[in-house]
Design a protein around this ligand. Structure first.
Ligand code: ADP
Ligand code: MG
Length: 730
């Protein structure tokens, strides 16, 4: 009998190549391979007539091969084989890189089956590095639609593959394992009563149904069970964390309403209702003496910093417990140096009417406000250069000393903020900007570092669907900033096909002449290697900056910035851009998160087809910060109808939340690029389309934790959770 924790290599002879392939997919034990689920069933839907092919899709075509040739690329001497395949509807070119033998394996006129991704170059479709095999006959009735017909649902499972491990290999291994009684040894981690309640199959049944379904519905319900399971486990983990956090002690921060109002009155604007509501929720959490764990989700430009500043004000004007002197402290963490610096400067302004010390600590050094001497550097924003807002560079150890003795109430920084060397006297409140870059486990570990648990405010501008937020942020309470400050204009967004480029550049020129500034976003940093597939059409920061300067906007200053640059260099470029010494900034998506430059009112996004909706939205948010009319021009290099639909929903969506929901709906299983970022599998991502399932999983998790938070009655669940947490820790 084969057991679930038996190593795969002990039941099957493996070549080193196969071992590598398995390792790459994380398949080590028998249970791993049993839980390696089919990506789809049958290949019917993939078979296409050549004339129906679209760019970017995976497809299978059958036809006669001709024009077989092998050559070497001029520059890098990579051998390239080319050929053509023709069926009754059309012809398509095929290119193989570094596989010169292919041309020798086939003869003109051979009937072949080609499987691969359809790419495009110079308006011509081609297959790039596809699989090829000889076949004896054409399948019957190949057309654009016949095989994608649901009636033709073919139940043979197709598994995600890797080099050395084919779908077929996986299929046969699983058959072998299932025939050796392995399934009977498996225990189901989900309590039976929960399965019954939601009509979900047991682990054993679900495994049989997912790998060898007799009918389509079997496969579907099995997938549903595994999706439920994954979401349920995440929920258990988060609910447990929430439960534990609620037992911890925290600083009590109670402020009079009038004091808070006085602080808010110093802002140059009045708060939106959403901002007021969020502040109220935070101040309520502060009073209770248990650590707050709150997520502030607000579209770009919705004013999260003002909320953070107000909560910080309440914190630092509170004395430590049992003391009528001194102050509590705030740590404010940002994902990048540029952002940390920007928050530092924003906070200096928000607290300008108060005599408050603020520190900045990043990988490259430390700064402090106010500067002792009045010759410190002033803010480099375009506003009035007020010397009272000057900060100064100081040695890191000096700053750390002041943080440790409590003299600096607010410390802003990057991840270096939570290193061991940074000690606070009374850290009461931690703000994390752009939550998604900071893992749940990191947050927990951070909290447990302190004797008295600090309050947590996580802020994110990434619009995520409600179901996803409920799942991955299940331990957090949610505040939404769902309205923008008054007077903000939504950018005019346009999808642009290549022939309109000139027209758009003239529009951009008009804005530049009015004194506005422009972002241009490219996918790549350097020019693509012409011999590699996939990179052929994407524009690069380097060559686009050059092209814009030389050919399009010679009368303006063009600068460029990428994530790969040294931080001092980046800082200088951002400063120049802020000071209007650069008119057009060509960048990779490094500028995606939080950069605040109100005079930049135009953003051009090149190769928009390569960005996710959420990312496009973030980018558009860069030009949403002023009272000038903003523009977002989206250049897309695609004919794929799905992509175009996706981009259209970007144009039409009123806000990030709407967009996030649209994104979730439109993504098919298999192309959920964002899933990895959240640590959620494609299967569970599918399930996130279903709010009922997510709510059920959440409810059951809550109930279990309430009943027995250590899961003593559910040892299997407890074990599963412990293993999971370990994985997520790193
Ligand atoms: P985000 O939520 O993207 O972090 P910020 O906090 O950076 O947004 O705020 C964006 C800009 O809007 C800042 O220049 C800020 O001063 C301004 N702002 C914030 N709240 C308001 C408001 N209620 N009315 C007008 N402007 C505001
Ligand atoms: Mg922000």
């Amino acid at each position: 009998m084969i057991k679930s924790d038996t190593l795969i290599e002990s039941i099957q002879r493996l070549s080193t190549f196969q071992k590598k392939g398995l390792a790459k997919m994380g398949l080590v034990k028998v249970i791993d391979i049993l839980r390696h689920f089919p990506a789809r069933y049958g290949e019917a839907g993939l078979i296409k007539a050549i004339e129906f092919l679209n760019v970017g899709e995976k497809a299978i075509v059958f036809g006669k091969i001709s024009h077989l040739k092998t050559a070497k690329t001029f520059r890098s001497k990579v051998p390239i084989s080319t050929a053509e395949v023709e069926d009754s509807t059309g012809k398509i070119k095929i290119i193989w890189f570094s596989q010169p033998y292919i041309a020798k394996m086939f003869f003109e006129g051979n009937l072949v089956r080609i499987e691969g991704k359809v790419a495009e170059r110079k308006k011509e479709l081609y297959f790039s590095n596809p699989k090829i095999e000889k076949v004896s006959q054409m399948p019957e009735g190949v057309s654009g639609s016949l095989f994608s017909d649901k009636e033709n649902f073919n139940l043979s499972p197709i598994y995600p593959e890797s080099r050395g491990i084919s779908s077929n290999w996986i299929y046969h291994s699983i058959q072998k394992i299932m025939s050796r009684g392995t399934l009977d040894t498996l225990e189901d981690p989900i309590p039976e009563k929960i399965l019954k309640k939601y009509n979900l199959p047991s682990l054993k049944t679900a495994l049989i149904w997912i790998h060898t379904p007799r009918k389509k519905e079997d496969a579907e319900i099995a997938r549903k069970r595994f999706a439920f399971e994954e979401i349920f486990f995440i929920q258990l983990d988060r609910q447990k964390e929430k439960y534990i956090a609620q037992k911890e002690k925290s600083f009590i921060i109670k402020k009079k309403k009038t004091e808070i109002q006085d602080f808010i009155k110093t802002f140059p604007f009045s708060l939106t209702d959403a901002q007021n509501k969020s502040i109220k929720a935070i101040l309520n959490d502060f009073k209770i003496g248990r650590p707050m764990s709150r997520l502030l989700e607000g579209d770009v430009g919705s004013g999260k910093t003002a909320v953070a500043a107000t909560a910080s004000f309440a914190t630092i004007t509170t004395n430590p417990p049992n003391q009528d002197f001194g102050n509590l402290q705030v740590a404010y963490m940002a994902p990048t140096e540029i952002l940390a610096k920007q928050h530092f400067e924003s906070f200096i302004e928000y607290f300008s009417k108060y005599k408050i010390k603020i520190g900045l600590i990043t990988g490259s050094g430390a700064k402090k406000f106010p500067s002792k001497t009045s010759q410190g550097q002033t803010l480099n924003c375009s506003g009035p250069k007020d010397s009272t807002l000057a900060w100064t560079k100081i040695p890191k150890p000096q700053l750390l000393k002041w943080v440790e003795n409590g003299e600096i109430p607010i410390l802003i920084g990057t991840h270096s903020l939570i290193q061991k060397t940074v000690k606070f006297k009374n850290l009461a409140f931690i703000i994390i900007d752009e939550q998604h870059r900071f893992g749940v486990k990191q947050r927990m570990r951070l909290r447990r570092k302190y004797d008295i648990a600090p309050h947590f405010l996580s802020m994110t501008a990434t619009p995520i669907p409600r179901t996803l937020a409920l799942t991955i942020f299940g331990d957090l309470d949610l505040s939404l900033l769902d309205e923008l400050p008054k007077g903000r204009q939504i950018p005019e967004t346009k999808i642009i096909l290549s022939h309109q480029r000139e027209e758009i550049y003239e529009k951009v020129r008009a804005e530049l002449k009015k004194g506005r500034q422009v972002f241009v976003i490219c996918v790549r940093i350097n020019d693509p290697d012409p011999d590699k597939e996939n990179t052929i059409n994407a524009k690069s920061v380097k060559s686009e900056a050059k092209r814009l300067k030389e050919k399009i906007f010679p009368e303006f200053v063009v600068g460029s910035i990428t994530g790969k640059m040294k931080s001092a260099e980046k800082e200088k470029i951002m400063k120049d851009f802020k000071n209007k010494e650069i008119d057009i900034l060509v960048a990779t998506s490094v500028i995606e998160v939080g950069i605040n430059i109100p005079n930049a009112t135009v953003i051009i996004i090149e190769n928009a087809e390569r960005f996710g909706l959420a990312q496009l939205h973030q980018l558009r948010g860069r030009v949403l910060r002023s009272s000038y009319k903003p523009y977002c021009f989206v250049f897309a290099n695609t004919k794929n109808q799905k992509t175009i639909t996706r981009l259209k929903s970007f144009v039409n969506a009123k806000n990030g939340f709407e967009l996030a929901e649209a994104d979730l709906k439109q993504r098919g299983a298999g192309d959920l690029a964002g899933a990895k970022q959240w640590g959620v599998s494609d299967l569970a991502m599918e399930a996130l389309k279903n709010i009922k399932m997510v709510e059920a999983a959440r409810l059951e998790a809550q109930n279990l934790i309430k009943e027995d938070f250590e899961l003593k009655k559910y040892p299997l669940l407890a074990k599963h959770l412990a293993e999971k947490s370990l994985i997520h820790m790193e």
